[in-house]
Design a protein around this ligand. Structure first.
Ligand SMILES: NC(=O)c1ccc[n+]([C@@H]2O[C@H](COP(=O)([O-])OP(=O)(O)OC[C@H]3O[C@@H](n4cnc5c(N)ncnc54)[C@H](OP(=O)(O)O)[C@@H]3O)[C@@H](O)[C@H]2O)c1
Length: 294
């Protein structure tokens, strides 16, 4: 399908793509970006169930553009209740958060869930989805403004990493027990300390490295407290249509029920993508930064 992009969502992965450090390496000249919302401008042979003019969002490379050619199985139809802004901001962040909490882990009420970068795109989605599942959510952030955003999203506690080490704070908040689940998209600065504040049978999911790659881990370390370490990347999910449908139905339900809302950190014209990316790289954004076309 050819999609006319209206709003384009920024992701930390865009910075990694531009640096040549992402799962997909640029083949110059190339176009960055991995999600957007807009309308179908043209349909190729064999594409069924949608029409030109339908409102859609998608996950797929090349979204920093007015038009993007995208495989039909990457496109999600948008209900009227979902705006272009929401459509461009939720796919990567909410699906990543939802699948870590409900597919890789099976979060249950009362579990303690530690979310790093809890005011970021994935982080704020994870705070809200975990809160809705009845978990006790501890967010780690780097400023008072981010702390306020995580609390507004439903975090029960926030730790400001600019003035406190998170691992001792987690142990204190859980009466020495530790977190049942840690969602870590930061990597080097957080990974090793995360292993020290996991509960018995605790689970750490590494899904990114905004702060650099963590040092290798000795697997024997996992025996202590019977800990589990997992990795997650979204592309392994979105090629599986039934699993995608299950998660999208759940996410649309949360959005429509007012339980999931990603704040828009800012919206700039596509031509000013570099300014928006600089804000993301310098840790200034809360929620999702968007680009607009036309
Ligand atoms: N596995 C997957 O499929 C998948 C999908 C989407 C995203 N991700 C990963 O998830 C993480 C979050 O992505 P996002 O798009 O939602 O970004 P984001 O959280 O909105 O922004 C990145 C955040 O990372 C934190 N951070 C810590 N150290 C940093 C550093 N040295 N430089 C910059 N930021 C740093 C900052 O939060 P604080 O200031 O609060 O520390 C910053 O706001 C990234 O690692 C991304 O690659 C993975």
């Amino acid at each position: 399908m050819l999609v006319r992009n209206h709003r384009i969502g920024l992701n930390f992965g865009d910075l990694m793509f531009l640096r040549g450090e992402y799962l997909v390496t640029p083949k110059l000249p190339d176009v960055a970006g991995m999600e957007a919302a807009g309308e179908i401008a043209a349909i190729g042979d064999g594409v069924i169930d949608v029409q030109v003019g339908d409102r859609v969002a998608y996950i797929g490379m090349g979204s920093y553009a007015d038009y993007t050619l995208i495989r039909a199985n990457r496109v999600l139809s948008l209900p009227d209740s979902i705006s272009d802004e929401t459509g461009a901001s939720f796919p990567v962040a909410a699906l990543t958060a939802w699948h870590m909490l409900h597919t890789v882990h099976h979060v249950s009420a009362g579990e303690s869930v530690l979310v790093h970068s809890a005011a970021g795109g994935v982080g704020l989605a994870a705070v809200q989805i975990a809160h809705t599942a009845g978990a006790r959510v501890i967010g780690v952030v780097s400023s008072p403004a981010k702390a306020a955003a995580a609390l507004a999203g439903g975090a029960d506690h926030v730790i400001d990493s600019s003035n406190a080490a998170f691992a001792p704070a987690v142990l204190e908040l859980t009466d020495g027990r530790g977190a049942d689940l840690i969602l870590d998209g930061v990597g080097r600065p957080t990974f090793a300390d995360g292993l020290t504040c996991l509960a018995r049978f605790g689970h750490l999911i590494l899904f990114g490295r905004a702060g650099g790659s963590p040092a290798p881990v000795d697997p024997l370390q996992l025996l202590s407290n019977s800990r589990t370490l997992s990795g997650f990347v979204l592309p392994h999910i979105y090629r599986d249509a039934p699993v995608m449908k299950r998660s999208l139905d759940a996410i649309f339900g949360l959005v429509e029920g007012g339980q999931l809302r990603l704040p828009i950190a800012g919206c700039l014209p596509l031509e000013e993508a570099a300014t928006a990316l600089t804000a993301l790289a310098s840790r200034q954004t809360i929620g999702k930064f968007l680009l607009s076309t036309g």
